[in-house]
Write a protein that binds this ligand. Structure first.
Ligand SMILES: NC(=O)c1ccc[n+]([C@@H]2O[C@H](COP(=O)([O-])OP(=O)(O)OC[C@H]3O[C@@H](n4cnc5c(N)ncnc54)[C@H](O)[C@@H]3O)[C@@H](O)[C@H]2O)c1
Length: 316
């Protein structure tokens, strides 16, 4: 049987994610949903008409959904569901400013996902990311390995891009890593960052690395400030689509994602950005990596910062 993936929310993030997933040409069906009547159907029609030009066979199906689960039959049998529904930031807003409004949206979506696609792996992207991932797990009651969030792939891609631009080298020669929260306590990991295998610390002075770390931490806000009307979606959709592909292909790829941490790095009982091996069951296992003492301390600080907020979402 061919694979089916659903993208909930047909805004900028959702529609670009659907496009990337369709163009991979590895899924039978990509379902795109939204509450705005006709928007997902229109985008699906448009995407399908790109198939002869781009040369892919994946069918895109659009479905308008209602507050009481109307239209959700379209997602039945999905192997993966990506939740992008929710408001994006405006200039000057932090991701936490979206907490209450997006919690209502994500809870409603997650309950319908549990009902109509009970075997799916759920990838959350709505912000604030760590909290919305925890909420989606609560609302679906899916096993924790089957609910994960996208942040680390994007933050790492931003860090990598900044390093490549600074050193004027191909992005393919750069490896970086970003752990922790998708927010103020993001933990870019310079000790795990290399260019053609050479440690970053041998190529850039410490203050320049710190500058790139800060720019990475503020990477989303930098785009929001320029766009003025919404947040980033090209790099974010690339990240979420790759995660969905790894799950659908049961590939075992190791990626930085927001996953349930249970003892790794001495941290337990919280959704946090860590490296994880992805497969058909979602997170196969958390992959612990060598970190410096200060990086582990920063990761623990991030865990405590998001732990309190994740406990709060249960009441939203
Ligand atoms: N995790 C990340 O790295 C990351 C990166 C960028 C953006 N985001 C987040 O992704 C979310 C979407 O961003 P965007 O740029 O696509 O925003 P957008 O405003 O373009 O799209 C959001 C869409 O969600 C739809 N929606 C609202 N309620 C819904 C519901 N109940 N069911 C289905 N659809 C619903 C809206 O109608 C809209 O089309 C935001 O919360 C944003 O902050 C996360």
């Amino acid at each position: 049987m061919g694979k089916k993936v659903t993208v909930v929310g047909a805004g900028f993030y959702g529609s670009t994610t659907a496009q990337r997933l369709a163009e991979y040409d590895v899924f039978d069906t990509v379902v795109l949903t939204d509450i705005v009547e006709g928007k997902p159907e229109g985008l699906a029609l448009d995407l399908n008409q790109s198939r002869p030009v781009e040369g892919f066979e994946t069918k895109v199906v659009g479905a308008t959904t209602g507050p009481n689960g109307e239209g959700y039959e379209a997602i039945e049998g999905s192997d993966v569901v990506i939740i992008t529904a929710g408001l994006p930031r405006k200039p000057g807003m932090s991701r936490m400013d979206l907490l209450e409004v997006n919690a209502k949206i994500v809870r409603g979506v997650a309950e319908n996902v549990a009902k109509y696609a009970p075997n799916a792996v759920v990838i959350v992207v709505s912000n604030p990311l760590d909290e919305m991932t925890a909420l989606a797990q609560l609302a679906t009651q899916f096993p924790k390995n089957r609910v994960l969030g996208q942040a680390g792939m994007l933050d790492t891609a931003r860090f990598t891009n900044f390093v490549a631009e600074t050193l004027a080298v191909p992005v393919s020669s750069v490896k970086t890593l970003t752990l922790g929260s998708h927010g103020d306590t993001m933990v870019p990991v310079p000790s795990r960052s290399t260019v053609n295998g050479k440690p970053l610390a041998e190529l850039l002075p410490a203050d320049k690395i710190e500058e790139l770390v800060v720019r990475t931490r503020n990477g989303g806000a930098e785009v929001v400030a320029l766009l003025k009307t919404g947040s980033a979606y090209y790099a974010p959709s690339a990240a979420a689509a790759r995660m969905a592909k790894a799950v659908a292909e049961d590939s075992g790829a190791v990626m930085p994602v927001c996953a349930w941490v249970d003892g790794e790095y001495g941290i337990s009982g919280v959704y946090l950005g860590v490296e994880a091996e992805l497969g058909a069951e979602g997170v196969r296992r958390i992959v612990e990596t060598d970190l410096t003492g200060s990086e582990v301390a920063a990761l623990k600080e991030a865990a405590e910062a998001v732990r309190a907020k994740q406990a709060d979402v249960a009441h939203l």
